[in-house]
Design a protein around this ligand. Sequence first.
Ligand SMILES: [Zn+2]
Length: 267
Amino acid sequence: MTSLDILAIAAHRDDVEQTCGGTLLKMEQRGYRTGILDLTRGEMGTRGSAADREREAAEAARILRASWRGALDIPDGRVENTWENKLKVARVLRELRPRVVILPYWKGRHPDHYNASTLGYEACFLAGLGKLVVSRQSSVASLHTSAVSSQPSAGTNPGATGPADLALHRPFKIIYATLYYDVRPTFVVDITEQFEARFASLMAYKTQFSDQEAGKDLFPAQKEIRARVEAMARFYGMLGGVDFAEPFVQKEVGLVDDLLMIPVKSI
Ligand SMILES: [Zn+2]
C-alpha cells in the first residue's frame, strides 16, 4: 500500500468538493497522492439514499483524481468527538500516513462541520502517540476511484493485535478549509485552472444538485449554485490576485526565506 501525501477529512460527502476540491486536484496535477475521508455516508439526506451518494462520491473522486476515498460509519448529523470516533479516524491516518491533512474550519453553522474539525485534530494527535495501539480492523467503506490502490484493510485481520497493529503516524501539517465560514483566510490556493473540474465534481452529486421537485425549497437550482460557487471562488481569488481560489487557515505563522518571492501584491 502506498501512502498519501495529502488527506482531506470532512463530515459529509460533497463537503470536500465545495471547500477544497480544486486544491486537491491541483496537488494531484503536481504529482502528489491525494485522498478524501468522509466521516459519514449521507443517510439523512433529503434527497437520494446513502448508496446513491456513494456512487456520486466515487464519481466526484474520479473527477478530482483522488487516489483514495473512504467513508466512516459515523451517523450523519451526529458527528461527535468521542473516543471511539477518534480511534476510527486515527486508524485511517496510520494506514494512509498523509504528510498534510486538510480539516474543516473549527467554527460553523452545522455542528457536524465544527465537530469534524476538533475530531480530526485530536485524531491526528492520537495517531502519533507511540503507546496507543490501533489494530487494522477497519470500519471504512472505501470507494474505488481512478488511480486507486484499494482500501488497505477493510475486513482484514478482524480484532488483530501484535503484527497487525499499525505503526504510529502524525501528519506534519494541518490546514483548515474555511469556505463554509466567514473568516479571513491566512492563505488561498489559486484554483483558476481547476475551477471547472471542481464544479463538475460537485455536480456529480446529481441527487443533491439537479433541478428536481423534491426538497425544492432546500436545494437551489443548478444555475444558482453555479453563481454562488463562482462568486465565492472569485472573492477568494481576488484576495490572492488571481481569478479563482480556495481559502484556508493555518494556526502557525508563515515562514519566509526570500522576501522577493513573497506572492500577492500589496499596493
Ligand atoms: Zn457538510
